[in-house]
Write a protein that binds this ligand. Structure first.
Ligand SMILES: Nc1ncnc2c1ncn2[C@@H]1O[C@H](COP(=O)(O)OP(=O)(O)OP(=O)(O)O)[C@@H](O)[C@H]1O
Length: 296
């Protein structure tokens, strides 16, 4: 276990931004912290990076309760750069701040510029960089001191599709070398690179575990039933039919309490003299499962 956070709480004035959050990470694991705006992602990441002190709870990083920031690389949601600096100058400046030994800094800067695909732009001022270039530079800065844990706050949210792809590709390569914890409000980003997800809502963990289990654990399938007769009054009285929506009076989309309730429903339709013209199962996506979780 590289990181374990137990019952983290952070309150700003009267508002509890993070409420009893638990997160654990194994070595070289990639975990996405998912949640809508204001769900507490940034606050959680700042506490785990040692930038914010929790009101209560415990963080154990590399077996110790005092967070050793030498082993953490952090990229904030809105990294700020000096626009007049060149990429190379900025990395030298950041390397000095994070204590990279002088004799290896030059070599490390070159290595990171190459990794971020910024070799050709190294003498150019950051003020003229695209959003994607700035984000790649931010990532290079977070990696300069070869951290064991990389914490990235919404690393791709503000990028166009090309920038998004580039940064996700970099993260994909990095996850074989270090643990990565990143926040996003887009499930698709998480799906592309991570093993586990932690879903936050209103500061609390709503769900945590492997992405592959989210669908299985959280959702059943939804169904569509169409009959020649009006369904509206009749279907609504079945206790095992949930979340019914009627696109037309003779068509219903709904969920069932248990998967085998579908046989019961079809039997009851026939017993009640309804003529079924369509019955189908709507396969739900991971995105549906996530949206369901967030909207609950
Ligand atoms: N310094 C602060 N002072 C007061 N309230 C804060 C502070 N930082 C965060 N909050 C509040 O705490 C809650 C959680 O904020 P946080 O930034 O952690 O959420 P988030 O999930 O990262 O949101 P986003 O996706 O919009 O970045 C929000 O209601 C926010 O307004």
């Amino acid at each position: 276990m590289i990181l374990s956070a137990e019952k983290l709480v952070k309150t700003f004035k009267l508002h509890t931004a993070v409420d009893q959050v638990n997160i654990t990470m194994k070595e070289k694991e990639c975990v996405a912290l998912l949640g809508p705006n204001g769900s507490g992602k940034t606050t959680t990441l700042k506490m785990l990076s040692g930038l914010l002190t929790p009101d209560s709870g415990r963080i154990i990083f590399l077996g110790k309760t005092n967070i050793n920031r030498q082993h953490i690389g952090y990229l904030p949601q809105y990294p700020s750069f000096f626009p007049w600096m060149t990429a190379e100058q900025y990395l030298h400046f950041s390397g000095n701040l994070s204590g990279v030994p002088k004799k290896i800094l030059r070599e490390r800067v070159e290595e990171m510029l190459a990794f971020a695909g910024l070799e050709d732009a190294k003498k150019k001022q950051i003020g003229g960089f695209s959003g994607g270039m700035k984000q790649r530079l931010g990532l290079a800065q977070a990696l300069l001191h070869k951290p064991k844990l990389l914490i990235l706050d919404e690393p791709v949210s503000a990028l166009d599709p090309t920038g998004r792809r580039d940064v996700l590709m970099m993260m994909n390569e990095l996850k074989t070398k270090m643990s990565i914890l990143f926040s996003t409000h887009v499930l698709h980003d998480a799906e592309q690179i991570c093993d586990d997800i932690v879903v936050l809502k209103d500061g609390k963990v709503k769900w945590a575990g492997p992405l592959s289990s989210l669908k299985r654990d959280h959702l059943g399938s939804s169904f569509i039933l169409e009959t020649e007769e009006d369904l509206k009054g009749w279907l609504g009285t079945r206790k095992y039919v949930k979340d019914v929506f009627f696109p037309t009076p003779k068509t219903a989309q709904f969920m069932l309490e248990k998967p085998n309730d579908r046989n019961r429903l079809l039997t009851e339709c026939m017993e009640n003299g309804l003529t079924i013209t369509r019955f189908s199962i709507l396969e739900q996506t991971l995105e549906d499962a996530y949206m369901e979780l967030i909207q609950e």
